[in-house]
Write a protein that binds this ligand. Structure first.
Ligand SMILES: [Zn+2]
Length: 383
């Protein structure tokens, strides 16, 4: 069975212009590589109304438990202006020891490191199985991606005992940070309806603008919590305010605003909705107007309380990078929000400083180190 080189595999994966949710052949290619080192691969294509079909992959080596899973995504964000890039983002190249191209750290190269690590690890006999849960829909809507794969695995009664998500978790240096949970995210879309009228006759109208200002002032100033041992304080940000009005002698009939809350595990999306709806109701009642609110929940807050495996991963990273990684819940959401429903989850990957940017890059030295880290994690896990 072949030993797969992480740099070569990373480059090959990055050649596929798999701009979310387009697959461009990436999942098939990865399956072929995994089959070459003994994996059984199941390609899962999911589609639903109003969203594009997405290819996903569940690959498994071995049958018995424990099942150690690596999760990641082959889709990437658009490259932006090609002329601004040092290299063609889909013709990756190494310059001054950095591999440049789309997906260099978020996160095709991380997948390459894990696959390479398995190809090096499996020369030894081990009891248990190794699996990969790869989606083509992480950067986009995330409707037909990991969420559906998790539902599929649940239906099939497939057990995952521990999951390592390979997202770029380090800001500056490999080894800085393991993510053990994530904050939740909810977006609210609020419209306040007043009564339109002439600015010179305000008593015949009801201006929604100052009412919206009152509401926003109120919600902006709620202290949601003080944070917890593992989480920073929850925070609400107003991100849009809008009044459609083409005249300046007309009191508008409606005003709208959008806000987003990143919240810790002291709240749930439903407890936040209740809290906010009460405020909207009260202020609108006082001001004799009505409102409409809708929400989009991207994920609830969650944490995998550090266990033996978390500690083993932390020690393995420290041994190789000489840095003791911090256990953190900072940053945005990731697919761990779906996978944690069936397995404890931690995240560790490359340095994400240039993710989503022009000239996304990763140090070739880091690729070697991460492969070594993943290989050592497997060795310690199956010891
Ligand atoms: Zn990513």
């Amino acid at each position: 069975m072949p030993i797969l080189n992480e740099l070569k595999l990373a480059k090959e994966l990055m050649m596929f212009p798999s701009i979310t949710p387009i697959d461009a052949g990436a999942i098939n290619f990865l399956s072929k590589k995994l089959r070459s080192i003994g994996f059984k691969c199941k390609i899962l294509e999911f589609k639903s109304k109003n969203s594009k079909p997405v290819k996903n992959l569940y690959a498994k080596l071995g049958k018995s438990e424990p099942n150690f899973c690596y999760a990641g995504h082959t889709d990437v964000v658009p490259p932006g202006n090609l002329n601004d890039w040092t290299v063609n983002p889909f013709k990756p190249a190494v310059k001054r020891n950095y591999l440049i191209g789309r997906g260099a750290n978020d996160m095709k190269a991380s997948i390459a490191c894990f696959v390479s690590a398995v190809s090096k690890f499996k020369s030894k006999k081990f009891k248990g199985s190794i699996s990969l849960l790869i989606t083509g829909d992480e950067e986009g809507e995330a409707i037909n991606g990991s969420k559906k794969v998790v539902e599929y695995l649940k239906r099939k009664k497939e057990k995952i005992n521990f999951c390592l998500v390979g997202e770029p978790t380090n800001q500056n240096k490999l080894g800085e940070m393991i993510k053990i949970g994530r904050r939740g995210s909810i977006t609210g879309f609020l419209t306040v309806h007043g009564v339109q009228g002439h600015v010179a006759y305000p008593h015949d109208a009801n201006n929604p603008a100052p009412i919206m200002v009152k509401i926003l002032n109120k919600i902006e100033n709620i202290k949601l919590d003080k944070g917890t041992k593992n989480f920073q304080p929850s925070n609400l940000e107003i991100v849009k305010m809008n009044i459609e009005n083409t005249a300046d002698n007309v009191i508008p009939s409606e005003a709208s605003a959008t806000f987003n809350i990143r919240f810790n595990n002291k709240h749930s999306s439903s407890s936040l909705k209740r809290k906010l709806n009460n405020i909207f109701r009260k202020i609108c009642k006082e001001n004799k107007c009505s409102f409409k609110i809708s929400y989009m929940v991207s994920g609830e807050a969650f944490i995998t309380v550090p266990n033996q495996t978390t500690k083993m991963i932390q020690n393995t990273i420290k041994k190789i990078t000489k840095i003791k990684p911090k256990l953190s819940t900072s940053g945005g959401t990731s697919d761990a929000r779906f996978i944690r429903k069936i397995s404890p989850c931690v995240e560790f990957g490359l340095v994400g400083k240039t993710m989503h940017k022009i000239d996304e890059a990763v140090s070739v030295t880091d690729l070697k180190k991460l492969t070594n880290i993943y290989k050592n994690i497997l060795e310690n896990y199956f010891k």
